[in-house]
Design a protein around this ligand. Structure first.
Ligand code: SF4
Length: 279
């Protein structure tokens, strides 16, 4: 709960009563910052399949093996053994489905069928909303470092001023959100278990950015703990092979991923909806 309380201070920049104006002001300042301190960007958007054909084979098995063999701090194992029967049964049920999600463009729905249904849940008071960002779309120049679970989102920093993560985090300060900056799959798994177990009476909702391969590989694990939400597909230099995924999980990610402009708008709309529901 400390995380939430510390995060609910209101910022001057974003005004809950007029989020659209706040967003306009943010975008104008981002354009100014881009002229004075241009960031390293992708020269052109690569056209890559979400998952290569070879990697797609037996992906559920690869996912299970990765989860177990790389759980060095036992984050996931400890969480699982709090309710082994309940989690084991839910994992099995999800694993037997053809897909653990329903897809609508870059939005992958887990435990909900539509954006509208998810927005309805966001209106409920007894909910916690996890907003997660994969580290691979932090700018190369990120002052907190890329492969880190940290983000200073400093409004005075020209890099943060241009960063979509910074924008979304500032916008989310108008509503109750738990922000997470995700270096590895075990980090987010452990955090989700922690939040679920510390808040047994709350419904946990989430919106988390990730590569398509990760959304496919670990969807069953989200369904296992019965959290509902949206996985947001990243574009750009995504991981679409096991080798690239393994390197990325060890902090080796020379490429940059991006949330596409249209998808950024959809995410901001979700945050706006939560803000309106709570103010
Ligand atoms: S807003 Fe956060 S993620 Fe983005 S550049 Fe600043 S510190 Fe890095």
């Amino acid at each position: 709960m400390i995380i939430i309380a510390g995060f609910m201070n209101k910022l001057k920049m974003w005004n809950a009563q007029d989020c659209q104006e706040s967003e306009k002001a943010w975008d104008e300042r981002a354009s100014q910052a881009a002229k004075q301190h241009p960031l390293k960007m992708l020269k052109q958007m690569p056209s890559m399949p979400g998952i290569t054909e070879e990697t797609a084979k037996n992906l559920k098995w690869k996912s299970l093996r990765w989860m177990i063999s790389h759980d060095h701090d036992r984050y996931v194992l400890k969480g699982f053994f709090k309710h082994p029967l309940k989690y084991g049964w839910a994992l099995l049920k999800s694993a037997f489905k053809k897909k653990p999600y329903l897809r609508d463009g870059d939005f992958f729905y887990y435990g909900v069928k539509t954006e509208r249904e998810f927005k309805k849940l966001l209106e409920e008071p007894n909910t916690l909303f996890v907003l997660g960002f994969s580290y691979c779309h932090k700018p190369f120049e990120c002052p907190s470092g890329r492969f880190k679970d940290d983000c200073i989102h400093n409004q005075e920093n020209p890099v943060c001023q241009q960063c979509f993560i910074g924008k979304a985090v500032h916008a989310s300060k108008q509503c109750e959100v738990i922000p997470l900056f995700i270096p590895t799959i075990h980090y987010i798994g452990g955090k989700i278990f922690e939040i679920v177990h510390q808040n047994p009476t709350k419904k946990i909702l989430f919106m988390i950015t990730a590569c398509e391969m990760t959304l496919e590989m670990f969807g069953d694990w989200g369904n296992m703990v019965d959290i509902k939400g949206i996985g947001v597909r990243l574009d750009g230099r995504i991981c679409n092979t096991m080798k690239a995924f393994e390197l990325s999980e060890n902090g080796i990610k020379p490429g940059l991923t991006v949330v596409l402009d249209e998808t950024q708008k959809r995410m901001m709309d979700i945050l706006l909806h939560r803000t309106k529901a709570q103010n």
